[in-house]
Ligand binder design. Sequence first.
Ligand code: AP5
Length: 217
Amino acid sequence: MLNIILLGPPGAGKGTQAARLQANRGMIQLSTGDMLREAVAAGTPVGLKAKAIMERGELVSDAIVSALIGERLDASAGKGAIFDGFPRTGHQAEALEILLAQRGRKLDYVIELAVDEEALVTRITGRFTCAKCGAGYHDTFRPTKVEGVCDVCGSTEFKRRPDDNEQTVRTRMEEYRAKTAPILPYYERKGLVHRVDGMAGVDEVGAAIDAILDGGA
Ligand code: AP5
């Protein structure tokens, strides 16, 4: 039962690869971004606090996201976990270690998606998802097979994230550089970090991750 972190700046492909691992390996994708967006949509107290912070591209408090992860970890008992967008600060990295240890689990891999930040702006501003089933697409890199129709469920309704505009993306990248990239040395000292070229195609990135998880890289 593997527990892995996918680490990389906004648009690096964490969500894309986490969804793939969930589908292919029966692991559970734990995305704090998705959890927060659900809370915003549902208008919960957490969502009300998080909404404006996310629209600015800044980080939500460590206490809120760590609590969300703790709840979802309990719900994913018995399955491997893919942490997507968590941890994002040193405090969150420490919190994750404790949350896992309390459940008799440990971290196996930290997979860093190495990318070119300028290309990411194009990736993010072209991103959209199916409004019904959540399947992810991109205007250029991953269009639907039939224009305007979801490949997975056939819906014709799609949505774009409010924080996927260039100005907010730049803030999100600054937050990544200032607060998230500095946690890499913490995991390097533990010998857990593996780097993957996140600029390769979706399938190639997936194959590189599979090779790591299967012990071949
Ligand atoms: P979150 O939802 O985590 O956003 P993010 O980290 O900015 O990451 P993204 O979802 O934008 O990118 P991704 O790496 O998943 O890329 P994707 O696979 O979609 O967080 C949003 C906000 O919530 C934060 O700003 C913060 O406010 C808050 N938050 C969340 N977690 C938090 C935490 N732990 N602490 C505090 N605050 C938190 O790919 C992007 C696009 O590129 C897609 O269109 C995809 O199809 C395409 N693509 C993917 N891979 C490739 C490839 N290899 N080649 C070509 N195109 C590709």
